[in-house]
Design a protein around this ligand. Structure first.
Ligand SMILES: NC(=O)c1ccc[n+]([C@@H]2O[C@H](COP(=O)([O-])OP(=O)(O)OC[C@H]3O[C@@H](n4cnc5c(N)ncnc54)[C@H](O)[C@@H]3O)[C@@H](O)[C@H]2O)c1
Length: 351
């Protein structure tokens, strides 16, 4: 039986991945290992816990706890998603990013090396370490061109630099120790269970309360948007069929400026929950740009399409409508998750 180990499985992408694994592989078991930082929420997966899905609260930097959990469950496939993930927070406090994203990934790799080293035969053949990274490691693009897997790394934020460092360690563990590791670099995800400090849930929740919708700078920065469900399919595919040592870019072929994105959110919301006076777009306000804000990210995902047969299947307008509907139907979830210290305030202005 395949046992998947998902670090960061109580976060946004991780919890979507846990749902996907349990559904797509009915014979598998999933072990979620998550420290439950401000961004992790057991609510995201609590309904899945049972015979096939186990939750362990633990830090990937905690060597003993990590190894004890791996030793107990002996997973065949490790998905490393645990991370500090918010660029603005990395500007305010980069230390936590170096700790979790770099040191934590190192601890994961060391533990995986130990597990892999003890395997023989089919179990050794099937073992995989799937590291989840970001397109932000490539730095910024001008108006033309796309990030390829061969694009030179040029991270600009502390977040991006910490992810880049982790990617290099993963590569080195494959080359040096033969660890069967695969890395994926994806663009901005959207969908259910995203912590409300990120653009889409932040805008939806602010709009519903008639609060300003803060757009950084002049709103012309461009990102590629990927529906989280499509991303999860790519992760499972890369884990099962990806070639060890390879990296795969995963993108949604959906470039949008920040302003276009906020308009799309407002318009989807207007359809579902019409604003009593005027349009949600009237709430848009322009705020000081993020220091070192990359201008444009755009992914060329032709390698994973060509080699593994993956393409994004969700049309942006449909994905956005579903996402807006999900947040409308889960206001209690939003309430609970923001009850901690985060209150949708502006982060990341230290420059
Ligand atoms: N969200 C995106 O658009 C996006 C884009 C590209 C890459 N990524 C990458 O995908 C992964 C998941 O991102 P996300 O958006 O789901 O993040 P998230 O912030 O929603 O979730 C991160 C999870 O990791 C857990 N965690 C944090 N530190 C930990 C530690 N030291 N030990 C164990 N668990 C810890 C948190 O509790 C949380 O559940 C990250 O590696 C991120 O860099 C995300």
């Amino acid at each position: 039986m395949t046992v998947f180990f998902v670090t960061g499985g109580a976060g946004f992408i991780g919890s979507n991945l846990v749902h996907h694994l349990l559904e797509a592989r009915p014979e598998c078991r999933v072990v979620v290992y998550d420290a439950l930082t401000y961004a992790g929420n057991l609510d995201n997966i609590e309904h899945l816990l049972g015979e096939r899905c186990t939750f362990v609260q633990g830090d990937i930097c905690d060597r003993d706890a990590l190894r004890a959990t791996l030793g107990e469950h002996r997973p065949n496939v490790l998905f490393n998603l645990a991370a500090e993930s918010h660029v603005d927070r990395s500007i305010d406090g980069p230390g936590a990013f170096v700790n979790t994203n770099v040191v934590g990934t190192f601890e994961m790799l060391e533990a995986a090396r130990g597990l892999y080293g003890a395997l023989t035969g089919e179990a050794r053949e099937a073992f995989r370490f799937l590291h989840v990274s970001t397109d932000e490691v490539y730095g910024t693009l001008g108006p033309e061109g796309f990030f390829l897997e061969t694009t030179r790394y040029a991270p600009n934020s502390p977040y991006a630099a910490s992810k880049a460092a982790a990617d290099h360690l993963v590569r080195a563990y494959h080359v040096t120790y033969g660890l069967p590791a695969v890395t994926t670099n994806c663009s901005n995800n959207y969908g259910p269970y995203q912590f409300p400090e990120k653009l889409i849930p932040l805008m939806i929740l602010n709009a519903l309360e008639g609060k300003p919708l803060p757009v950084y700078g002049d709103g012309t920065n461009i990102r590629d948007w990927l529906f989280v469900g499509d991303h999860c399919k790519a992760l499972l595919l890369a884990a099962e069929q990806g070639v060890p040592g390879e990296t795969y870019n995963v993108g949604g072929n959906t470039e949008r400026t920040t302003l276009q994105m906020v308009h799309a959110i407002c318009d989807a919301l207007q359809k579902e929950r019409p604003r009593e006076e005027g349009s949600y777009r009237d709430l848009i306000t322009y705020v000081k740009d993020r220091p070192g804000h990359d201008f444009r990210y755009a992914i060329d995902a032709s390698k994973i399409e060509r080699e593994l047969g993956w393409t994004p299947s969700v049309v942006f307008d449909d994905g956005m409508a579903d996402t807006v509907r999900w947040y409308l139907e889960h206001r209690d979830w939003c309430e609970r998750i923001t009850r901690g210290t985060y209150r949708r305030e502006r982060l990341g202005l230290d420059g």
